[in-house]
Write a protein that binds this ligand. Structure first.
Ligand SMILES: [Ca+2]
Ligand SMILES: [Ca+2]
Length: 369
């Protein structure tokens, strides 16, 4: 049994480690690469990436081997992903040096067609290029979209970037949870099927450029993320709150109108004041008055059924003693000095004796004859 318990624990730990964090939206998720010791995809779509050269490093929270360092010489991450009319990309980047080719991500073919690329230029500004050049021809494109943020990206600091594009071509870019680019004029088709999605490598046929940076927690979705979802990705958590509640036999939780008849921890989501989903946890303790729930192992009431009075054994130090009816209504409070407790004037019937010691409360069913 003990071995089984250890095995279960290990299995649980393993599953926990490989689990998608709850702040990562699953709707439309194509890939989630947490760089937790490897470049595997945790979305369930098996879009595992291939790391070339990059080495594991500390993430933004100091966790060991939980992000990748790209040396700016020849390191990169590649995965083949289908381009889409509507998509979102989320990534954390710590830029170590600025250059004109410091790419964050690239998703296009070698003939500059497709979803585009995002970089931090040599002034530290965020740039986005989308390109739909039609034929694979030299001489550049006439229909590039080149978007630049006014923000300057600080070196040696982790920054969070999210790009969203809808099917009508609207592109929004968030830097550290702030909208820095909102462009509705992009009307190009950027969808050219399955192309290489690269991190840290810029393939501008025939040249290759590499990025000197740390990168982490990359997500790709086939839809536009909401601002709430982007906030959760930035905070790496969903808003949570906890409610502690005690009640008698049952409790109806106003959050979801569910009625619970057992003590425990329950959770649900509700929309918070910011209009975002918030996870709420209920810690519920029920004190049973129900007939089936009672009989503590150590406490003993004698006699039971009771005719006129009773004594209690098995409890170290009684601090309070009361009798309640089946609905939980208080019938009598006893003087704990008595040791022999009288119920002479109590109507015949079934009651619950509530015995408190310094640690806990015992509830015992008693019958008054
Ligand atoms: Ca990570
Ligand atoms: Ca290298």
């Amino acid at each position: 049994m003990k071995n089984l318990a250890i095995f279960s624990f290990l299995l649980f730990s393993f599953i926990t480690n490989a689990q998608l964090p709850n702040y990562v939206p699953t709707n439309g998720l194509v890939g989630w690469w947490p760089f937790s010791g490897n470049s595997n995809d945790l979305s369930g779509n098996a879009n595992d990436g291939i790391i070339t050269g990059a080495t594991l490093t500390n993430d933004r929270n100091g966790a060991i081997d939980a992000a990748y360092y790209f040396d700016g010489v020849d390191d990169y991450f590649d995965v083949s992903l289908d381009q889409m009319d509507s998509f979102s990309i989320s990534i954390w980047v710590e830029n170590i040096s600025n250059s004109s080719t410091n790419i964050i991500w690239q998703h296009k073919n070698n003939c500059v067609r497709g979803g585009g690329y995002m970089l931090i230029n040599n002034q530290g500004q965020l740039r986005l290029y989308t390109q739909n050049c039609g034929e694979c021809s030299p001489g550049g494109c006439s229909n590039d979209v080149d978007l630049s943020s006014v923000s300057t990206i600080t070196l040696n600091t982790w920054n969070h970037f999210v790009l969203t594009k809808n099917a009508q071509g609207r592109i929004m870019i968030y830097l550290n949870n702030m909208l820095v680019i909102d462009n509705t004029n992009v009307i190009q088709n950027l969808n050219y099927g399955i192309q290489t999605f690269s991190i840290g490598k810029w393939h501008d046929e025939p040249d290759l450029y590499f990025t000197h940076a740390k990168k982490d927690d990359i997500g790709f979705w086939s839809r536009v993320l909401s601002s709430c979802e982007i906030t959760n990705l930035y905070n790496a958590q969903v808003p949570t709150s906890t409610q502690t509640q005690t009640a008698l036999d049952s409790y109806t939780w106003p959050v979801n109108n569910q009625t619970y008849t057992q003590s425990g921890t329950y959770s649900d989501t509700l929309v918070n004041a910011a209009g975002c989903d918030s996870l709420i946890t209920l810690n519920l303790s029920l004190e049973y008055t129900g007939v089936d729930e009672l009989q503590e192992e150590s406490i003993f009431i004698s006699p039971n059924p009771i005719t006129s009075s009773f004594t209690i054994s098995g409890v170290e130090q009684i601090v309070s003693l009361s009798l309640k009816d089946l609905s939980g209504k208080l019938i009598k409070t006893f003087d704990i000095q008595d040791k022999n407790y009288s119920v002479s004037y109590i109507t015949s019937g079934v009651y619950f004796l509530e015995v408190r010691d310094e640690i806990r409360t015992y509830i015992v069913k008693v019958v008054k004859e």
